[in-house]
Each structure stands twice: as C-alpha cells, then as structure tokens.
Design a protein around this ligand. Sequence first.
Ligand code: IDP
Ligand code: MG
Length: 141
Amino acid sequence: MVERTLAILKPDCVRRNLAGQVLARIEKAGFRILGMKMVKLTAETGGGFYAVHRGRPFFDDLVAFMSSGKCVPLALEKENGVADFRTLIGATDPKDAAPGTIRRDFATSKGENIVHGSDSPENGKLEIAFFFSEKELIQNA
Ligand code: IDP
Ligand code: MG
C-alpha cells in the first residue's frame, strides 16, 4: 500500500550540514517528497510533537534538543513507506543501527540521531498534519 510518513531532519543534521546528504539518500530510496519546509520548534511545539514520550527520563533532553536549532520536516510518500523509511534510517540508537543506515552512518548518540520517522501509517498521517496543511502537500510535480 502507498503510505505517507513524516521525516524530520533534526537540528544535529541541519547544524552539521548533513541535510543534503540525508535528503539524497531519501530520494535515492524512492520516496516522493510531497512537502518540505524549515522550522524552528519551541519547547511547546517540540513537546507537543513528542507528547507520547512525556514523563520518560529522556523527554526534557529530547525537547531541548529538538528546539535547539532548525529542523526540516518532510512529508514523504512511497509504497510501504512507513516501514521502508524506518529501515532506511535504522534503529533509534546508532550503535544498534544496521550498517549503511542513515543513523548508523551519521548519528552521534541515541538522543542526537539525525532523523525522525513515523512508526505507523496512522501516526504518519497525524504527524504530517502537525507540520503541513493539506494544500502544502503537492502530489503531481
Ligand atoms: P524513534 O525516533 O526511533 O522512533 P522513539 O523511541 O520514538 O525513537 O524516541 C523518540 C526520540 O527520542 C528518539 O529518536 C531519540 O531522539 C530520543 N530518545 C529515545 N530514547 C532515548 C534514550 O533512551 N535516550 C536519549 N534519547 C532517546
Ligand atoms: Mg518514534
């Protein structure tokens, strides 16, 4: 099934000038980019996006990191897109991520791990709607 998934190039990715390299891997893997923008999250918006993790020991650090610099949210679409994107990025902790994955190749820690990817088609839709209005998603170009 064709699925939509939200990616975010996290502040470490943008700050380290890796956005182009990571985007190239995403394009090469066959994802269509329906939407792309640059945003600076705040404690409020970053905490809202990761609300499911509120109360976890890493939550405050995660929100501080995600609001520490510019992010690039991407609305992506592909056959089997959610699982394929998770495969492309690798496990949360780069030490556990498979060779050749984005996190294994670029991430420095479990917290600063370069890129976000939705974990289900339902969350893909919800997370895309967090950053993009329907008219910002461009199908045919
Ligand atoms: P995911 O991004 O691979 O889906 P989640 O468990 O949903 O991983 O966690 C969201 C984000 O929170 C991670 O990408 C990472 O930035 C951060 N995070 C998760 N677990 C830890 C941890 O144990 N220590 C530090 N940061 C963590
Ligand atoms: Mg997750």
